[in-house]
Design a protein around this ligand. Structure first.
Ligand code: SF4
Length: 252
């Protein structure tokens, strides 16, 4: 059994596959909360801080999440969606942290079935959960967008950096790349050192950097600094197309 907070057809807005039509499955729950990303929301009068997808992270919203207890039901639903779309889009499984469900029977059955139907799957993950690729071999055929968190996430390094989990993905998965969300302040301070430390764990992995922001306004505050940072250090710049176009992070 796992939770989905939303599912929708859109275009991948970030990272290596930005611009590719993709069907998104957003799972509920995360092992981090990333208060440093500064998205403010209110729960019973209390102001909380989180990331741009706090609605898929904070358990307060779990009553609106959909409980998926049958893989067959979701697989049938996905096939129906793809018939309506008229072709097989990529599937992006994001969150929250989707790999919290890596060992879940229903979750794994959905992943396996989609791969058997020749669908390309990308996990958007914070890279802190170790996967048993021998016990769950279907994950070897997936792409891992390792969206690792840096100091600006507000999470302690011990919680946001899991060396063995990263090495495991690097040596077993078909494809993995690094994706960092950074802001002007981080560009001017520790971004380069932090990224270089991670590259030492994952040599030869492509690096994408994108601006922090849950809205057009906040992206505009950071995009130029990140753009110039990428030019200077030979990283790939990634925009956040869905936020640019729709000015929101939900349902797009
Ligand atoms: S790891 Fe990702 S989904 Fe989880 S709280 Fe941090 S930014 Fe949000």
């Amino acid at each position: 059994m796992f939770y989905l907070t939303e599912q929708f057809f859109s275009i991948q807005g970030e990272g290596k596959y930005a611009g590719v039509p993709s069907y998104f499955l957003r799972t509920g729950g995360c092992n981090l909360s990333c208060p440093g990303f500064g998205a403010e929301y209110e729960v019973n009068g209390e102001v909380r801080l989180g990331c741009d997808t706090y609605f898929a992270v904070d358990g307060h919203f779990s009553s609106s999440w959909e409980k998926i207890s049958s893989s067959d039901v979701l697989i049938t639903q996905l096939k129906h969606e793809f018939e309506n779309i008229g072709y097989l889009p990529h599937i992006v499984i994001t969150g929250g942290e989707p790999l919290m469900y890596a060992k879940d029977e229903v979750f794994y059955a959905v992943v396996k079935s989609m791969l058997e139907h020749d669908v390309k799957i990308t996990f958007e993950t914070n890279g802190t959960i170790e996967i048993d690729f021998n016990r769950y071999p279907a994950y070897k055929a997936c792409t891992f967008a390792l969206s690792l968190k840096l100091a600006n996430s507000g999470e302690p390094v011990q919680k946001r950096l899991h060396h063995q989990a990263l090495k495991n993905v690097h040596s077993h998965a078909k494809e993995a790349f690094l994706k960092f969300t950074i802001d002007t302040a981080l560009v001017e301070t520790t971004a380069l050192d932090e990224i270089n430390e991670i590259i030492e764990i994952l040599p030869d992995v492509e690096v994408y950097c994108m601006p922090v922001g849950e809205s057009r306004d906040s992206i505009w505050k950071n995009d130029r600094a990140v753009f110039e940072f990428c030019m200077k250090h030979n990283f790939h710049y990634s925009d956040r197309l869905h936020i640019r176009v729709f000015d929101t992070t939900q349902g797009v």
